[in-house]
Design a protein around this ligand. Sequence first.
Ligand code: NAD
Ligand code: GLY
Length: 367
Amino acid sequence: MAFSQQAGSSIRVALGDRSYDIEIDRPLGDLGKKLKPLGLGNKIALVTNPTVKALYGAAAVESLKTAGYQVLSVEIPDGEEHKTLDWANAIYTALLINQFDRASALVALGGGVIGDLTGFAAATFMRGVPFVQVPTTLLAMVDSSVGGKTGVNHPMGKNMIGSFYQPRYVLMDLNVLKTLPKEELLAGMAEVIKYGVIADAELFDYLGRNREKILGLDRDTLIHIIQRSCEIKAEVVGKDEREGGLRAILNFGHTVGHAVETLENYKVRHGHAVAIGMVMASRLGHRTGLCDASVPQQVEKLVRDYGLPADLSGLSRKHAFQAFLDTIQIDKKAEGGKVKFILPKKIGEVVITKEWEEPVLRDVLKS
Ligand code: NAD
Ligand code: GLY
């Protein structure tokens, strides 16, 4: 077992001396005291964006200060277009001006954009300083804050510059989801659906049965889906931290999804792009003979039930198939000339394969 569950809603990511706890449903006000046992230095940079800062910045700063930390607030403008090397550089500059050293730590307070960028800055500043994730979107809670993928985008491709670098602790306060815009909640649901398809048919069914409760932010239901998602991710990451093989299953829906994001200049939400990608990958799985027709039908139904896009019709314009192929080739999952797809065999099981045909993908994207 690569993860172990503790009392309450705590999951341990088991990675030897880089192991850490994910705490689900822990008040933001506990942040400072939860960091104390980690033995961090006295200086903490709290990296966030103006939207999240206005809502939760003061509570986070107060909690850190009460625990005795000196806090530097670093603000990054809101939006995926700021997940760049330039903004990582802005973080380094703030840290240097304020004489941060290798004993200092970074705390990411925000969604996946802030988490990926802060983690990357932590991985590279002075060859690595500790960092902590405080995810404030559903997507960041179920996926991006866990597992240690950090990075920034390049105009030619999503997440092209990055590092595997694990946080020291992850704190999830579910109350913050009350202010999350509905579209962002739905974007997070795309990644939860992903876990159902790749590893847990029961979770997939649960999502179908509990839509109202989930969208109504019923606490126990949320805890269940976040916990299952984090357990699955922790188990996969514990077995294959650096994506030598198995971890690639977490990229289900991301091959076409990343191409959609890149071609649309990151104006389409990550979760929405993944939703489209999951439907396309499921159709490709069926057309490749791996699964029966009910699989893409079920995936498309659940995606649509959660108000997520299931085809390319909502994009800003029609992109040529060749543009998709070119962008997919640049994707870092390209190895030995042919891109790997993650395709379903059934709900709850996927395969990683290079056995797919271009004309079939073309048909699938058109459908
Ligand atoms: P995001 O970080 O852009 O957040 C979405 C929006 O919600 C932003 O406008 C943000 O300001 C706002 N917001 C955040 N928390 C809020 C709250 N509690 N209340 C009100 N508004 C709030 O987007 P995201 O969907 O969280 O993350 C997407 C990013 O995550 C992408 O860059 C994607 O590549 C990355 N990602 C990384 C991994 C990984 O393993 N590292 C996995 C999945 C996705
Ligand atoms: N989101 C894919 C991964 O963490 O590997």
